[in-house]
Design a protein around this ligand. Structure first.
Ligand code: NDP
Ligand code: MG
Length: 382
Protein backbone atom coordinates (compact mmCIF):
# COMPACT_ATOMS: atom_id res chain seq x y z
CA UNK A 1 0.00 0.00 0.00
CA UNK A 2 1.21 3.49 -0.79
CA UNK A 3 -1.68 5.86 -0.12
CA UNK A 4 -4.99 5.34 1.61
CA UNK A 5 -8.56 6.66 1.91
CA UNK A 6 -10.50 5.73 5.04
CA UNK A 7 -14.30 5.70 4.88
CA UNK A 8 -15.89 5.59 8.34
CA UNK A 9 -12.76 7.08 9.92
CA UNK A 10 -14.58 8.17 13.11
CA UNK A 11 -15.87 4.68 13.99
CA UNK A 12 -14.41 1.77 15.89
CA UNK A 13 -12.59 0.29 12.87
CA UNK A 14 -11.79 3.73 11.43
CA UNK A 15 -10.06 4.96 14.60
CA UNK A 16 -8.14 1.68 14.96
CA UNK A 17 -7.09 2.01 11.31
CA UNK A 18 -5.70 5.46 12.13
CA UNK A 19 -3.79 3.85 14.99
CA UNK A 20 -2.26 1.46 12.45
CA UNK A 21 -1.42 4.53 10.30
CA UNK A 22 0.32 6.14 13.31
CA UNK A 23 2.26 2.93 13.96
CA UNK A 24 3.38 2.53 10.35
CA UNK A 25 3.71 6.19 9.43
CA UNK A 26 0.94 6.12 6.78
CA UNK A 27 -0.78 9.40 5.87
CA UNK A 28 -4.39 8.91 4.77
CA UNK A 29 -5.22 11.25 1.86
CA UNK A 30 -9.02 11.16 2.33
CA UNK A 31 -11.23 10.69 5.40
CA UNK A 32 -15.01 10.29 5.42
CA UNK A 33 -17.74 9.75 8.02
CA UNK A 34 -21.41 10.49 8.65
CA UNK A 35 -21.79 13.37 11.13
CA UNK A 36 -19.07 13.35 13.79
CA UNK A 37 -17.66 16.81 13.05
CA UNK A 38 -15.53 17.10 16.17
CA UNK A 39 -13.59 13.90 15.70
CA UNK A 40 -13.18 14.37 11.95
CA UNK A 41 -11.80 17.87 12.60
CA UNK A 42 -9.23 16.40 15.02
CA UNK A 43 -8.29 13.75 12.46
CA UNK A 44 -7.90 16.36 9.72
CA UNK A 45 -5.61 18.42 11.98
CA UNK A 46 -3.50 15.37 12.79
CA UNK A 47 -3.25 13.74 9.34
CA UNK A 48 -3.84 16.64 6.95
CA UNK A 49 -5.73 14.72 4.23
CA UNK A 50 -6.46 16.46 0.92
CA UNK A 51 -10.14 15.39 0.97
CA UNK A 52 -12.74 14.94 3.71
CA UNK A 53 -16.46 14.18 3.56
CA UNK A 54 -19.47 13.93 5.86
CA UNK A 55 -22.73 12.49 4.55
CA UNK A 56 -24.74 14.80 6.79
CA UNK A 57 -25.02 18.12 4.92
CA UNK A 58 -25.26 20.39 7.98
CA UNK A 59 -22.32 18.63 9.63
CA UNK A 60 -20.29 19.02 6.43
CA UNK A 61 -20.99 22.79 6.36
CA UNK A 62 -19.92 23.04 10.01
CA UNK A 63 -16.74 21.08 9.25
CA UNK A 64 -15.90 23.34 6.33
CA UNK A 65 -15.98 26.40 8.61
CA UNK A 66 -13.96 24.69 11.34
CA UNK A 67 -11.14 23.59 9.02
CA UNK A 68 -11.09 26.67 6.79
CA UNK A 69 -7.44 27.21 7.81
CA UNK A 70 -6.43 23.74 6.56
CA UNK A 71 -5.53 22.70 2.98
CA UNK A 72 -8.43 20.23 2.81
CA UNK A 73 -11.41 20.10 0.45
CA UNK A 74 -14.62 19.27 2.35
CA UNK A 75 -17.37 17.35 0.53
CA UNK A 76 -20.84 16.26 1.60
CA UNK A 77 -23.48 13.62 1.04
CA UNK A 78 -23.12 10.07 -0.25
CA UNK A 79 -21.55 11.63 -3.33
CA UNK A 80 -18.81 13.16 -1.16
CA UNK A 81 -18.03 9.78 0.43
CA UNK A 82 -17.97 8.19 -3.04
CA UNK A 83 -15.51 10.87 -4.20
CA UNK A 84 -13.24 9.98 -1.27
CA UNK A 85 -13.58 6.32 -2.34
CA UNK A 86 -12.51 7.12 -5.88
CA UNK A 87 -9.93 9.81 -5.01
CA UNK A 88 -7.12 9.62 -7.56
CA UNK A 89 -4.35 10.14 -4.97
CA UNK A 90 -5.25 6.95 -3.06
CA UNK A 91 -4.38 3.46 -4.22
CA UNK A 92 -6.17 1.68 -1.35
CA UNK A 93 -9.59 2.31 0.20
CA UNK A 94 -10.49 1.04 3.65
CA UNK A 95 -14.28 0.86 3.83
CA UNK A 96 -15.26 0.94 7.51
CA UNK A 97 -18.68 2.54 7.05
CA UNK A 98 -21.40 0.70 8.96
CA UNK A 99 -24.34 -0.87 7.11
CA UNK A 100 -25.80 -0.78 3.61
CA UNK A 101 -24.63 2.84 3.36
CA UNK A 102 -21.25 1.34 2.42
CA UNK A 103 -22.50 -0.16 -0.83
CA UNK A 104 -22.24 2.85 -3.15
CA UNK A 105 -18.79 3.83 -1.80
CA UNK A 106 -17.54 0.26 -2.30
CA UNK A 107 -18.77 0.34 -5.91
CA UNK A 108 -17.17 3.77 -6.42
CA UNK A 109 -13.83 2.40 -5.16
CA UNK A 110 -14.10 -0.63 -7.46
CA UNK A 111 -14.92 1.49 -10.51
CA UNK A 112 -11.91 3.68 -9.70
CA UNK A 113 -9.81 0.45 -9.60
CA UNK A 114 -8.68 0.86 -5.99
CA UNK A 115 -7.44 -1.97 -3.88
CA UNK A 116 -10.11 -2.45 -1.21
CA UNK A 117 -9.67 -3.32 2.46
CA UNK A 118 -13.24 -4.26 3.35
CA UNK A 119 -14.58 -4.04 6.91
CA UNK A 120 -18.09 -3.13 5.74
CA UNK A 121 -19.48 -6.68 5.52
CA UNK A 122 -23.05 -5.51 4.80
CA UNK A 123 -21.79 -4.46 1.35
CA UNK A 124 -20.92 -8.03 0.38
CA UNK A 125 -23.98 -9.51 2.02
CA UNK A 126 -26.41 -7.21 0.23
CA UNK A 127 -24.60 -6.99 -3.08
CA UNK A 128 -22.41 -10.09 -3.33
CA UNK A 129 -22.92 -10.92 -7.03
CA UNK A 130 -22.78 -7.25 -8.03
CA UNK A 131 -19.59 -6.52 -6.06
CA UNK A 132 -17.75 -9.67 -7.08
CA UNK A 133 -18.53 -9.16 -10.78
CA UNK A 134 -17.55 -5.48 -10.65
CA UNK A 135 -14.31 -6.38 -8.84
CA UNK A 136 -13.49 -9.02 -11.46
CA UNK A 137 -14.34 -6.71 -14.37
CA UNK A 138 -12.09 -4.00 -12.95
CA UNK A 139 -9.28 -6.28 -11.78
CA UNK A 140 -9.76 -5.13 -8.19
CA UNK A 141 -8.62 -7.08 -5.14
CA UNK A 142 -10.90 -7.15 -2.09
CA UNK A 143 -8.97 -7.85 1.11
CA UNK A 144 -10.91 -8.84 4.21
CA UNK A 145 -10.68 -6.84 7.45
CA UNK A 146 -13.26 -8.82 9.44
CA UNK A 147 -11.10 -10.87 11.87
CA UNK A 148 -12.58 -14.26 10.89
CA UNK A 149 -12.15 -13.61 7.17
CA UNK A 150 -8.68 -12.22 7.67
CA UNK A 151 -7.86 -15.46 9.53
CA UNK A 152 -9.20 -17.57 6.64
CA UNK A 153 -7.37 -15.39 4.13
CA UNK A 154 -4.13 -15.77 6.11
CA UNK A 155 -4.58 -19.57 6.31
CA UNK A 156 -5.25 -19.69 2.56
CA UNK A 157 -1.74 -18.35 1.92
CA UNK A 158 -0.62 -21.88 2.81
CA UNK A 159 -3.08 -23.58 0.45
CA UNK A 160 -1.90 -25.35 -2.72
CA UNK A 161 -2.77 -23.62 -6.03
CA UNK A 162 -5.84 -25.85 -6.52
CA UNK A 163 -6.67 -25.02 -2.88
CA UNK A 164 -8.26 -28.47 -2.13
CA UNK A 165 -10.41 -26.58 0.35
CA UNK A 166 -13.12 -28.69 1.97
CA UNK A 167 -14.53 -26.49 4.69
CA UNK A 168 -14.27 -23.06 6.21
CA UNK A 169 -14.88 -22.92 9.96
CA UNK A 170 -15.86 -19.53 11.36
CA UNK A 171 -15.43 -19.02 15.08
CA UNK A 172 -18.04 -17.05 17.03
CA UNK A 173 -17.59 -15.69 20.54
CA UNK A 174 -21.24 -16.44 21.30
CA UNK A 175 -21.69 -12.86 22.51
CA UNK A 176 -22.99 -11.70 25.89
CA UNK A 177 -25.92 -14.14 25.93
CA UNK A 178 -24.05 -17.39 25.33
CA UNK A 179 -25.72 -20.24 27.21
CA UNK A 180 -29.07 -18.47 27.64
CA UNK A 181 -32.24 -20.22 26.52
CA UNK A 182 -34.90 -18.62 24.35
CA UNK A 183 -37.03 -18.04 27.47
CA UNK A 184 -34.13 -16.38 29.29
CA UNK A 185 -33.64 -13.99 26.37
CA UNK A 186 -37.17 -12.61 26.82
CA UNK A 187 -36.12 -10.03 29.39
CA UNK A 188 -32.60 -8.98 28.40
CA UNK A 189 -32.00 -5.24 28.04
CA UNK A 190 -30.08 -3.01 25.62
CA UNK A 191 -27.40 -2.45 28.28
CA UNK A 192 -26.97 -6.25 28.64
CA UNK A 193 -26.76 -6.67 24.87
CA UNK A 194 -24.08 -3.97 24.57
CA UNK A 195 -21.72 -5.82 26.95
CA UNK A 196 -19.65 -7.86 24.51
CA UNK A 197 -17.29 -10.22 26.35
CA UNK A 198 -14.20 -9.87 24.11
CA UNK A 199 -14.45 -7.03 21.58
CA UNK A 200 -15.14 -3.30 21.82
CA UNK A 201 -17.00 -2.37 18.61
CA UNK A 202 -19.61 0.01 17.18
CA UNK A 203 -23.14 -0.37 18.56
CA UNK A 204 -24.73 -1.96 15.46
CA UNK A 205 -22.25 -4.84 15.20
CA UNK A 206 -22.29 -5.30 18.99
CA UNK A 207 -26.04 -5.95 18.84
CA UNK A 208 -25.53 -8.19 15.78
CA UNK A 209 -23.07 -10.18 17.88
CA UNK A 210 -25.61 -10.54 20.69
CA UNK A 211 -28.28 -11.89 18.27
CA UNK A 212 -25.58 -13.79 16.34
CA UNK A 213 -26.91 -12.23 13.13
CA UNK A 214 -23.30 -11.07 12.79
CA UNK A 215 -22.19 -14.68 12.29
CA UNK A 216 -24.89 -15.12 9.66
CA UNK A 217 -23.57 -12.03 7.86
CA UNK A 218 -20.07 -13.49 8.11
CA UNK A 219 -21.22 -16.79 6.64
CA UNK A 220 -22.50 -14.93 3.56
CA UNK A 221 -19.36 -12.77 3.51
CA UNK A 222 -17.22 -15.96 3.43
CA UNK A 223 -19.24 -17.38 0.52
CA UNK A 224 -18.46 -14.31 -1.59
CA UNK A 225 -14.90 -13.67 -0.48
CA UNK A 226 -13.65 -17.24 -0.81
CA UNK A 227 -16.00 -18.76 -3.39
CA UNK A 228 -17.16 -21.51 -1.02
CA UNK A 229 -20.63 -23.05 -0.90
CA UNK A 230 -22.82 -22.11 2.09
CA UNK A 231 -22.99 -25.78 3.14
CA UNK A 232 -19.18 -25.79 3.38
CA UNK A 233 -19.13 -22.96 5.90
CA UNK A 234 -19.44 -24.19 9.49
CA UNK A 235 -19.69 -22.18 12.66
CA UNK A 236 -18.25 -23.08 16.03
CA UNK A 237 -18.66 -21.06 19.21
CA UNK A 238 -15.27 -20.29 20.72
CA UNK A 239 -15.60 -18.26 23.89
CA UNK A 240 -12.08 -16.84 24.16
CA UNK A 241 -11.85 -15.30 20.64
CA UNK A 242 -8.24 -16.45 20.31
CA UNK A 243 -8.68 -18.79 17.33
CA UNK A 244 -9.98 -16.33 14.74
CA UNK A 245 -11.13 -18.98 12.21
CA UNK A 246 -9.97 -22.16 10.48
CA UNK A 247 -9.84 -23.89 7.10
CA UNK A 248 -9.94 -27.59 6.36
CA UNK A 249 -8.35 -29.28 3.33
CA UNK A 250 -9.45 -32.44 1.50
CA UNK A 251 -7.05 -34.51 3.62
CA UNK A 252 -8.78 -33.26 6.83
CA UNK A 253 -5.80 -31.17 7.83
CA UNK A 254 -7.02 -28.01 9.58
CA UNK A 255 -5.19 -24.67 9.72
CA UNK A 256 -6.08 -21.84 12.09
CA UNK A 257 -4.92 -18.29 12.74
CA UNK A 258 -4.61 -17.22 16.38
CA UNK A 259 -4.04 -14.03 18.29
CA UNK A 260 -5.56 -11.88 21.02
CA UNK A 261 -8.74 -10.08 19.95
CA UNK A 262 -7.33 -6.84 18.49
CA UNK A 263 -8.69 -5.54 15.16
CA UNK A 264 -5.49 -3.64 14.45
CA UNK A 265 -3.83 -6.83 13.24
CA UNK A 266 -6.40 -7.73 10.54
CA UNK A 267 -6.61 -4.05 9.54
CA UNK A 268 -2.83 -3.85 9.15
CA UNK A 269 -2.63 -7.14 7.25
CA UNK A 270 -5.29 -5.95 4.77
CA UNK A 271 -3.21 -2.80 4.21
CA UNK A 272 0.22 -4.44 3.95
CA UNK A 273 -0.66 -7.80 2.29
CA UNK A 274 1.31 -9.74 1.09
CA UNK A 275 3.94 -8.26 3.42
CA UNK A 276 3.98 -8.55 7.20
CA UNK A 277 5.44 -5.95 9.57
CA UNK A 278 5.65 -5.53 13.35
CA UNK A 279 2.24 -4.57 14.74
CA UNK A 280 0.62 -3.32 17.93
CA UNK A 281 -0.89 -6.77 18.57
CA UNK A 282 0.47 -8.30 21.82
CA UNK A 283 2.53 -11.46 21.46
CA UNK A 284 0.30 -14.47 22.15
CA UNK A 285 0.97 -16.56 25.22
CA UNK A 286 -1.11 -19.73 25.01
CA UNK A 287 0.00 -20.72 28.51
CA UNK A 288 -1.43 -17.47 29.82
CA UNK A 289 -4.70 -18.03 27.92
CA UNK A 290 -4.80 -21.52 29.43
CA UNK A 291 -8.00 -22.94 28.00
CA UNK A 292 -9.63 -22.68 24.60
CA UNK A 293 -13.25 -23.85 24.58
CA UNK A 294 -15.54 -24.75 21.68
CA UNK A 295 -19.30 -25.39 21.43
CA UNK A 296 -22.00 -25.97 18.83
CA UNK A 297 -24.07 -22.82 18.22
CA UNK A 298 -27.55 -22.94 19.80
CA UNK A 299 -29.73 -22.35 16.73
CA UNK A 300 -32.91 -22.59 18.79
CA UNK A 301 -32.08 -19.65 21.07
CA UNK A 302 -30.23 -17.80 18.27
CA UNK A 303 -32.13 -18.38 15.00
CA UNK A 304 -30.39 -15.57 13.08
CA UNK A 305 -27.53 -17.68 11.73
CA UNK A 306 -30.04 -19.94 10.02
CA UNK A 307 -32.03 -16.98 8.68
CA UNK A 308 -28.85 -15.92 6.87
CA UNK A 309 -27.99 -19.46 5.80
CA UNK A 310 -31.42 -19.86 4.19
CA UNK A 311 -31.07 -16.45 2.51
CA UNK A 312 -27.72 -17.24 0.85
CA UNK A 313 -28.92 -20.69 -0.23
CA UNK A 314 -31.96 -19.01 -1.81
CA UNK A 315 -29.67 -16.42 -3.40
CA UNK A 316 -30.74 -13.47 -5.57
CA UNK A 317 -32.00 -10.60 -3.43
CA UNK A 318 -32.73 -12.75 -0.36
CA UNK A 319 -29.45 -11.89 1.44
CA UNK A 320 -30.01 -8.17 0.73
CA UNK A 321 -33.53 -8.47 2.16
CA UNK A 322 -32.33 -10.25 5.31
CA UNK A 323 -29.53 -7.71 5.79
CA UNK A 324 -31.84 -4.69 5.47
CA UNK A 325 -34.51 -6.23 7.71
CA UNK A 326 -31.80 -6.81 10.31
CA UNK A 327 -30.41 -3.27 10.00
CA UNK A 328 -33.84 -1.85 10.70
CA UNK A 329 -34.70 -4.27 13.53
CA UNK A 330 -31.26 -3.66 15.08
CA UNK A 331 -31.86 0.12 14.92
CA UNK A 332 -35.35 -0.15 16.47
CA UNK A 333 -33.93 -2.26 19.31
CA UNK A 334 -31.17 0.30 19.97
CA UNK A 335 -33.83 3.02 20.02
CA UNK A 336 -35.80 1.08 22.65
CA UNK A 337 -38.74 0.48 20.29
CA UNK A 338 -38.66 -3.32 20.23
CA UNK A 339 -37.43 -6.04 22.58
CA UNK A 340 -34.33 -8.12 21.97
CA UNK A 341 -36.48 -11.25 21.72
CA UNK A 342 -38.51 -9.64 18.88
CA UNK A 343 -35.58 -9.12 16.51
CA UNK A 344 -35.27 -12.57 14.91
CA UNK A 345 -39.02 -13.07 14.59
CA UNK A 346 -39.48 -9.71 12.86
CA UNK A 347 -36.68 -10.43 10.38
CA UNK A 348 -38.13 -13.87 9.60
CA UNK A 349 -41.61 -12.43 9.03
CA UNK A 350 -40.39 -9.52 6.92
CA UNK A 351 -38.59 -11.96 4.62
CA UNK A 352 -41.98 -13.12 3.40
CA UNK A 353 -42.56 -9.70 1.83
CA UNK A 354 -39.23 -9.80 -0.02
CA UNK A 355 -39.34 -10.18 -3.82
CA UNK A 356 -39.04 -13.83 -4.86
CA UNK A 357 -36.97 -13.05 -7.93
CA UNK A 358 -34.94 -10.21 -9.41
CA UNK A 359 -31.35 -9.55 -10.32
CA UNK A 360 -28.83 -8.21 -7.83
CA UNK A 361 -28.55 -4.74 -9.39
CA UNK A 362 -27.88 -1.60 -7.34
CA UNK A 363 -31.42 -0.34 -8.08
CA UNK A 364 -33.04 -3.62 -6.99
CA UNK A 365 -30.92 -3.87 -3.84
CA UNK A 366 -31.84 -0.31 -2.84
CA UNK A 367 -35.52 -0.95 -3.58
CA UNK A 368 -35.44 -4.09 -1.41
CA UNK A 369 -33.71 -2.05 1.30
CA UNK A 370 -36.56 0.50 1.48
CA UNK A 371 -39.18 -2.25 1.29
CA UNK A 372 -37.65 -4.26 4.14
CA UNK A 373 -37.19 -1.21 6.36
CA UNK A 374 -40.83 -0.18 5.99
CA UNK A 375 -41.96 -3.78 6.44
CA UNK A 376 -40.03 -4.09 9.74
CA UNK A 377 -41.46 -0.76 10.92
CA UNK A 378 -45.00 -1.86 10.05
CA UNK A 379 -44.59 -5.25 11.74
CA UNK A 380 -43.01 -3.70 14.85
CA UNK A 381 -46.05 -1.46 15.42
CA UNK A 382 -48.61 -4.29 15.61
P1 NDP B 1 -19.05 2.35 14.06
O1 NDP B 1 -20.48 2.56 14.32
O2 NDP B 1 -18.11 2.42 15.21
O3 NDP B 1 -18.53 3.37 12.95
C1 NDP B 1 -19.22 3.55 11.76
C2 NDP B 1 -18.53 4.58 10.89
O4 NDP B 1 -19.30 4.74 9.70
C3 NDP B 1 -18.43 5.94 11.55
O5 NDP B 1 -17.27 6.59 11.07
C4 NDP B 1 -19.67 6.66 11.02
O6 NDP B 1 -19.57 8.06 11.01
C5 NDP B 1 -19.70 6.12 9.61
N1 NDP B 1 -21.03 6.15 8.99
C6 NDP B 1 -22.21 5.85 9.55
N2 NDP B 1 -23.20 5.99 8.67
C7 NDP B 1 -22.63 6.42 7.51
C8 NDP B 1 -23.14 6.78 6.24
N3 NDP B 1 -24.44 6.74 5.97
N4 NDP B 1 -22.25 7.16 5.29
C9 NDP B 1 -20.92 7.22 5.55
N5 NDP B 1 -20.39 6.91 6.76
C10 NDP B 1 -21.24 6.52 7.72
O7 NDP B 1 -18.93 0.92 13.33
P2 NDP B 1 -17.73 -0.10 13.36
O8 NDP B 1 -16.45 0.59 13.15
O9 NDP B 1 -17.88 -1.00 14.53
O10 NDP B 1 -18.05 -1.00 12.09
C11 NDP B 1 -17.81 -0.55 10.77
C12 NDP B 1 -17.96 -1.73 9.82
O11 NDP B 1 -16.94 -2.68 10.13
C13 NDP B 1 -19.28 -2.48 9.96
O12 NDP B 1 -19.70 -2.94 8.73
C14 NDP B 1 -18.93 -3.66 10.87
O13 NDP B 1 -19.75 -4.78 10.65
C15 NDP B 1 -17.51 -3.96 10.41
N6 NDP B 1 -16.69 -4.62 11.42
C16 NDP B 1 -16.43 -4.02 12.61
C17 NDP B 1 -15.65 -4.65 13.57
C18 NDP B 1 -15.30 -3.95 14.85
O14 NDP B 1 -14.50 -4.50 15.62
N7 NDP B 1 -15.83 -2.79 15.15
C19 NDP B 1 -15.12 -5.99 13.35
C20 NDP B 1 -15.41 -6.53 12.04
C21 NDP B 1 -16.18 -5.86 11.12
P3 NDP B 1 -20.10 8.95 12.30
O15 NDP B 1 -19.15 8.59 13.42
O16 NDP B 1 -19.96 10.33 11.84
O17 NDP B 1 -21.50 8.51 12.57
MG1 MG C 1 -16.01 -10.73 12.68
Amino acid sequence: METLSILGSTGSIGTQALDVCRGRGYKPVALAAHSNVKLLEQQIREFSPALAALTDEAAARDLKTRVADMPVKVLSGVQGVCECAGFRDADTVLNAVVGMAGLRPTLAAIHAKKRIALANKETLVAGGPLIIKAAEDNGVKILPVDSEHSAIFQCLQAAPPNRALKRVILTASGGPFFGKTRAELENVTLADALKHPNWSMGSKITIDSATMFNKGLELIEAVWLFGVKPENVDIVVHRESIVHSLIEFDDNSVLAQLGYPDMRLPIQYALTYPERYPSQERQLSLAQVGTLSFFEPDNEAFPCINICRRAIIKGGLAPAAANSANEEANRLFREGKIRFADIAGLIGEAAQAAPQSGECTLENIEAVDSLMRSEIQKLSKR
